[in-house]
Write a protein that binds this ligand. Sequence first.
Ligand code: GLV
Ligand code: MN
Ligand code: MN
Length: 429
Amino acid sequence: MEKTLLVYLLLASSALLAQTQSSSLKVNQQRIDGRLLELAKFGAQPGGASRVGYSKADQQGRTYFIGLMRKAGLDVSIDFAGNIIGRRKGKNPALKPIGFGSHIDTVPNGGNYDGTVGSVSGLELVDVLNENNIVTEHPLELLIFSNEEGGTIGSGAMIGKITPAALKAVTQSGLTMADGIRAIGGNPDSLSKMVRKKGDLAAFVELHIEQGGILEKENLQIGVVEGIVGIEDWEVTILGTPNHAGTTPMNNRHDAMLAAAKLTIAINEVITSHEGRQVGTVGKIAVEPGAYNVIPGKVMLGMEIRDLSYDKIWSLFREVENRAKEIARVSGTTITFRQPLTPVTPALTAKPIQDKIILAAKSLGFSYRTMQSGAGHDSQEVSHIAPVGMIFIPSVGGISHSPKEFSKGVDIANGATVLLQTVLALDRE
Ligand code: GLV
Ligand code: MN
Ligand code: MN
């Protein structure tokens, strides 16, 4: 036999052997469950957790998780935005790393699965490789992004989009973003030095709970994400005239709260008056001075609009602005919108990675469908510098961003296995 043919056959058979060996790899559901339970202790609240980015609970959760990453043999570092990066060497250091992971911060009064499922499953992937003495060709990076719920801040910093104005904004933790980043070991003054270029990662794959009810309703095990919505949020300030609630006649008031209520309804009307899957929410309100017997002089609303089309988000916002002008005129208030500080643009996942996720699901015997993500994700920031893929698993009752958020252990383990197989398939390329 010709020598080159022999070498080819040897290489092909060893690749086939590696593929056969890797396709039988199993994740450890108990270990995943145990770690999710442990993580849930940081910022625990009845049924869920409040572990908002940069808070004490977030810091403690991160310390716990960093310990696990080190135990798994990862070379752990914290970048300037406070992202936790765990590196595992590959056989070929010339190759760019394959990344996977998610986030471990939560919304206030949130659940125990959003972000943590992808983070714990990413770590599980590393443990399974360790247990089976598998060294991939590519280096691997487990990425735990900081403050995802505050507007994909850590992943946004990785693509260079965090502005000085955003760093000054006060976050849910009570700290400014700059101080928050310092509190988790980052350095807000050096964010420009951590920006990654297109091609710095070979690929990024994120496993996440669906956060909606489609998979559960259709009795499917895996969602293959095709696109992720864009999200814009505006801080709205409404200024009226604070005055005595007993002595000021109803026809002589400039009530900021009343204007805020009308604006909230107007936003809902604008969003629902168009065809499509756009959503708009007023999810935050602060009233000043905030007393039974004082007509509110100032209201701050937090409002967001999401859609797969960035242009549509902005045309809806222009309509909201027009309605606000009219409400302000009639109520004698002023209404101003602070422009979004951390715009999150819609993103498409990479078709070749979708195909690998589908192949992995099929070969494991899991039912699946392709779908959109109505939630924002770190993957959409990473999509600016690398091809990304996202795997969804069912959310019981379609509930998320709530202590009632729940995903079954078996579904999480299925997703973790698909993640593992997808990363190995990417590595074989
Ligand atoms: C992130 O979880 C978001 O969709 O707000
Ligand atoms: Mn979330
Ligand atoms: Mn999330």
